[in-house]
Ligand binder design. Sequence first.
Ligand code: FMN
Length: 177
Amino acid sequence: MKDFLELAAARQSCRNFADRPVEHDKLVKCVEAARLAPSACNSQPWSFVVVEDPLVVPEVAKTSQVLGINEYVSGARAFIVLLEEHAVLMPRLRAFLDSQYFAKGDLGGALLSLCLEAESLGLGTCILGLYDREKLSALLNIPLETRFAGLVAVGYPADPKTREKTRKPLESLIRFV
Ligand SMILES: Cc1cc2nc3c(=O)[nH]c(=O)nc-3n(C[C@H](O)[C@H](O)[C@H](O)COP(=O)(O)O)c2cc1C
């Protein structure tokens, strides 16, 4: 069992997936981890689409493959789409708060929880920012006006070795008062 910091360090974008199916229950657990994430006024501004149908998965992969980028996504065995739902905050506070501003942070937290749960289950993930939203919406029957908060490719990593992280040094980011 990894402690949390080890888990956070082990999570990495997987760009080489093994030819091995992903269990339905594990995908549900990933969404469950996201569901438990905190959100402003517990507004939970999210919903999820889990793509596991072997006929649909390659079609989703294609929507993320533009300009020769994301070719490796063809190896993903599932996708999880995180959708932004309207955040309903406490009526008393609504006049002071921009609910969708908080929603972005809430959704980021949910997305990371999802990826960390996948890591703890031995799965690899890659969050994809590059995809054809219109094609993806049509494919998954998602209303075009719905905002996407994340498309995550999921599969077992072909090479589970953890790469060294490229990050700004801690000392350059932190200030103690
Ligand atoms: C919002 C977002 C969009 C991303 N889009 C892509 C993408 O389209 N293709 C890709 O290969 N990686 C994508 N990444 C992965 C980042 O490149 C990666 O998280 C970053 O380089 C840090 O590496 P690590 O995840 O291995 O720690 C995305 C990550 C985020 C958070």
